[in-house]
Design a binder for this molecule. Structure first.
Ligand SMILES: *Cc1c(COP(=O)(O)O)cnc(C)c1O
Length: 237
């Protein structure tokens, strides 16, 4: 596609997604700006990210470290807030702690400790969401709901990190009731942590196919890729 066409397409899709986010928030009785959009740019070119940026998008989510670092250096002239949303291997924690503002997929203490140790002192604390497995699939990553309390107690004490909330990737389903059920489970865990005194403000849930249901259940961050950039063409690593 010619550059100009990519621009028109991404700008138009981004605007349509923003409108749908605002509408879902208002329908849920929330403020139209209650939900932050993280544009998921895995497998998308630096050029596509730049076009979305020119349409006002500032938060971008990446899953694969090396791919993200390459794009970050190409886009170093832009004031992007980078979110790491992929699975975290322990040998990647140092680079992640150095190059991202947010990490959404923390699901065990060892990873949090490594991120804490590696966060450079001149940067603000790394913003953290703990990933919870809400679909009961043993294959899915994420801490189990039973582990959450202990994990939060430990992670909240670590220097260099700021625990903001919870994240989940529910099992994909077209059934709205099932989507709602999984999002509600995450929100209930979140509410119980807040009731225990943790000042959490972030529920990172909702993707292209299910974000209205997530917003209805209280999502404060939605992570949306294909609805903005189109289907991912490059093979995912
Ligand atoms: C890919 C991905 C998304 C975005 O998915 P889309 O269906 O393209 O919107 C959101 N969150 C995570 C963790 C992802 O890996």
């Amino acid at each position: 596609m010619a550059n100009e066409q990519i621009m028109t397409t991404i700008a138009g899709r981004l605007q349509a997604v923003r409108t749908r986010i605002q509408r879902a928030a208002v329908e849920a009785g929330r403020h139209e700006n209650a939900v932050t959009l993280v544009a998921v740019s895995k497998a998308q070119s630096a050029d596509s990210i730049r076009q979305a940026y020119l349409s006002g998008q500032r938060q971008f989510g990446e899953n694969y470290l090396q791919e993200a670092l390459d794009k970050q250096s190409e886009l170093a002239d832009l004031a992007i807030e980078w979110h790491f949303i992929g699975p975290i291997q322990s040998n990647k924690t140092q680079a992640i702690a150095q190059h991202f503002a947010w990490v959404h997929g923390v699901d065990r203490l060892k990873i949090a400790e490594r991120l804490s140790q590696a966060r450079p002192g001149h940067l603000p604390p790394l913003q953290i969401c703990i990933q919870i497995n809400v679909s009961n699939e043993s294959s899915k990553s994420g801490a189990s709901p039973q582990e959450v309390d202990a994990l939060v107690d430990a992670i909240a004490k670590l220097p260099g990190l700021r625990l903001r909330g919870l994240m989940a990737i529910p099992a994909p389903t077209q059934e709205i009731a099932l989507q709602q059920k999984q999002f509600r489970m995450l929100r209930e865990i979140y509410e119980s942590l807040r009731a225990r005194g943790y000042l959490l403000d972030t529920l990172s849930m909702g993707m292209s196919d299910d974000f209205p249901a997530a917003i209805n259940e209280g999502a404060t961050i939605v992570r949306i890729g294909s609805a903005i950039f189109g289907a991912r063409t490059k093979t995912e690593k």
